[in-house]
Design a binder for this molecule. Structure first.
Ligand SMILES: [Zn+2]
Length: 90
């Protein structure tokens, strides 16, 4: 078990994850984390792995409007939308 770290809960109820920890676990700012509790009143904060809402895949998952979708499923949703971003060279 790691050496415990002590953090105060902020006025708005937040807890800062120490930057050292964020870096070692590769949790960039703005990333969602999973929070669970145990029967022993422990709070588990787990690195959240984006999972496709439709098929449950964990590969090539993108977050679109806060919805996690894999590339394959995302394509089904963006049909008809021009995402090329190409210039109209005429
Ligand atoms: Zn999918």
């Amino acid at each position: 078990m790691n050496k415990p770290m002590y953090k105060k809960v902020s006025k708005v109820g937040g807890i800062t994850i120490p930057s050292q920890l964020r870096h070692s676990l590769n949790i960039p700012k703005g990333t969602a984390v999973e929070i669970r509790t145990t029967p022993d009143d422990e709070i588990i904060i787990k690195k959240h792995i984006p999972t496709c809402l439709c098929c449950g895949a964990a590969d090539n998952v993108k977050v679109i409007n806060e919805v996690e979708l894999c590339d394959e499923c995302a394509k089904k949703f963006v049909i008809g939308v021009d995402t090329d971003g190409n210039d109209n060279e005429r």
